[in-house]
Ligand binder design. Structure first.
Ligand code: 7RM
Length: 652
């Protein structure tokens, strides 16, 4: 962001007061802030009691004596699947639709009630047990957006197995390394799914991953979604409908410890190796339910909620599976892409189901802006009453467009800041209470403590900028990095003594509202997906013709950031007409299509300091077509001229 853009942003003067009508019926109230401020732990104690069913009570709300290793609701026991499914059926809501699933091919849809979900989760729980999966074992889930993804996650939760969902867009290599890190014994996948109007395959990536390693895996459970042919390893591979379908629909759950691991989810950090973020049971579910209820103002009897994320990301975990189901929401789940078979598909779905609450990402809103306001105008969106945004900073223009063209100038917009690591929403307006400002996530939620600090960990005054930190532990916080406590401490708790370092730059405006300004580390944010520069660099240098690579995130109007790579070829390799394409495809193969560089520039040199550090700042200047900044610390100051004049090989 340029400093001028930043100035404009911080002088945002548009405010939107909640309507009296909305405020009168809102779940969230100003009293929540007061209660949390008066006694934070008592506040969480109340939330945990009111929103979640426990089998055994806790002896202590928070044990922070071994900081930064937290324990929440110590000694409490509960079952997450019971909370998300069974208790709603017991309370008489078995016929309420839990999931309206919409396949990408038009006309393919399913309505799954809470009673249906209960039967399927129970069957899947038995199936996993029949495959030898026990309490604490890890199960990898590599599925498209089909209901079985939620069923598989809940079945794991029911029996105390730890799921590790791997986004279906990740490559076999990425899948293999995640399976190996977690030592998963079972993989749940499908033959494929529908994307952009055609059936794409998923099973071959699992086969490749298991051929290349992942030796802990004993069984692969395959959901039939598309009906395409799949290669089969007898004894190892099993059809979901055969194994799950034959099980009893009754299953007796056991309660698990509040700190029992619920899932691992891998996310990019500053180094090449993704971190397995470990989340546990009681605190996570409490904060998911609390935030889902108050930030989205969920009324389970009347709302139709829709979060467009994929279950492969944390947003899908917390706001498709755990939060909404714990709160007995009726929700929409959509398999496909927003422009298939036409650009009005999402609005058609909103109209079809009468969606009332819609949660999506800024990159999608900007894409919709590009497609034009006449597209949403062609549908009846009057059912919508609240809109949400997540994944990256939302620029005020996109916020205003969302409000006007989707939210008919009356829906409150909640810009929700949080991370895979935080597990649930941390900073967001409270609809019905907060006067919203386009572009700012504003305040930490009641019960959450955040601040913006300078290099010396001093809180900056209003109007100042620095780093976003979380100043008190919170229930859904990550407990560690799977298998690497030391990296957990170093990454999040060592930059500032006693504070959680989020990795985001932030500013406080004159009202003390927080504006998130993007990552301050080597993590890029491309369409809301976290990708580290090192990860892409490692993928590039693993190609035989590449000698060295430097990757930067360049600002991009549509995707937030775009990946731009500078590559030096090996001496004996020469650049061919297809070299750039080959390298882009190689990155897709190593990581996944989301990590494909927007642009690859083949260069003769990279700008380095005398100690050999690549100066990415200068490369970013080039990638963003700016005048190149201060080059005085370069070992060889002519390098930048060389790069600028010798640029070749733009991406497609
Ligand atoms: C939920 C999610 C986390 C990173 C985070 C930020 C950025 C997310 C917002 C945002 C500005 C927001 N998890 N981010 N939400 N930046 N405003 N409302 O996205 O682990 O994949 O990414 O995303 O940089 O650190 S994530």
């Amino acid at each position: 962001m340029t400093s001028e853009a930043l100035e404009n942003l911080l002088h945002e003067e548009r405010h939107f007061e909640p309507s009296a009508e909305f405020a009168a019926q809102a779940n969230g109230t100003a009293a929540l802030y007061d209660a949390a401020a008066a006694d934070r732990l008592a506040f969480w104690d109340t939330q945990a009691r009111e929103l979640i069913s426990w089998d055994a009570p806790w002896s202590e709300v928070l044990d922070w004596t071994n900081a930064p290793f937290a324990q929440w609701f110590v000694d409490g026991t509960l079952n997450v699947a019971y909370n998300c499914v069974d208790r709603h059926v017991e309370a008489g809501y078995g016929d309420q639709v839990a999931i309206y699933w919409e396949g990408e091919p038009e006309g393919e849809s399913r309505a799954i009630t809470y009673a249906d979900l209960q039967a399927e989760v129970n069957q899947a729980a038995h199936a996993l047990e029949s495959l030898g999966v026990r309490h604490g074992d890890r199960v990898a889930i590599y599925l498209p957006m089909i209901p079985e993804a939620a069923v598989a996650m809940l079945a794991c939760a029911r029996i105390g197995a730890v799921h590790s969902v791997v986004f279906g867009g990740f490559s076999s290599e990425a899948l293999r390394s995640r399976i190996e890190d977690a030592e998963a014994s079972v993989v749940i996948t499908s033959d494929g799914g529908y994307r952009r109007g055609k059936a794409s395959a998923l099973k071959p990536a699992v086969d490749d991953a298991l051929d290349a390693g992942a030796e802990s895996v004993r069984h692969v459970l395959v959901v039939r979604r598309t009906g395409q042919d799949v290669a089969w390893v007898e004894g190892r591979d099993l059809w979901w409908h055969e194994v799950v379908g034959q099980q009893s629909t009754e299953h007796t759950y056991t309660a698990h410890d509040s700190e029992h691991p619920l899932f691992i989810l891998y996310t990019s950090g500053t180094t090449g190796k993704p971190k397995g973020i470990k989340h546990t049971t009681g605190g996570y579910l409490t904060q998911c339910a609390y935030t889902h209820r108050n930030v989205f103002d969920l009324k389970p009897d009347t709302d139709v909620y829709w979060c467009t994320a994929d279950v492969g990301w944390v947003t899908g975990h917390s706001y498709i599976v755990y939060g909404p189901l714990a709160n007995r929401a009726t929700q929409v789940m959509y398999e496909g892409t927003p422009d298939t078979p036409h650009k009005g598909r999402l609005w058609e779905i909103v109209q079809k189901y009468g969606v009332t609450i819609f949660y999506t990402a800024p990159t999608l809103i900007r894409t919709m802006m590009k497609w034009g306001a006449d597209i949403p105008a062609g549908y009846d969106l009057s059912s919508l009453r609240l809109l949400g945004s997540v994944g990256e900073p939302i620029n005020p223009e996109a916020w205003m467009w969302y409000r006007e063209h989707v939210g008919h100038n009356s829906c409150p917009i909640v810009d929700t800041w949080w991370q895979t690591e935080t597990g649930a929403i941390m900073i967001s307006p409270l609809p019905g209470v907060t006067s919203t400002k386009p572009g700012s996530a504003q305040r930490p939620l009641p019960g959450i403590s955040a601040d913006v600090v300078d290099d010396l960990a001093q809180s900056v005054p209003d109007g100042g900028g620095g780093y976003l930190v979380l100043t008190e532990p919170w229930p859904a916080m990550l407990r560690t990095i799977w298998g690497d406590d030391q990296r957990f401490v170093e990454t999040y708790w060592s930059r500032f003594e006693g504070l959680y370092f989020a990795g985001d730059g932030a500013k406080k405006d004159e009202d003390g509202d927080i504006w998130l300004l993007g990552r301050v580390d080597d993590v890029m944010n491309v369409s809301g997906h976290r990708i580290s520069t090192t990860e892409v660099e490692s993928a590039l240098v693993s190609h035989p013709i590449v000698a060295e690579a430097a990757v930067v995130g360049a600002s991009d109007e549509m995707t937030g950031q775009g990946i731009v790579a500078f590559v030096i070829l090996r001496g004996d390799a020469h650049e061919g007409a297809d070299t750039v394409k080959e390298l882009r495809d190689h990155v897709a193969k190593e990581i996944g299509p989301i990590a494909k560089p927007r642009q690859i520039m083949i260069v003769a040199e990279l700008p380095k300091t005398r100690s050999g550090k690549i100066m990415r700042r200068l490369l970013r200047d080039v990638a963003e077509n700016r005048e190149v900044g201060d080059v005085t610390t370069l070992a060889d100051s002519s390098v930048m001229d060389l790069i600028k004049t010798g640029l070749s090989g733009d991406g497609d």
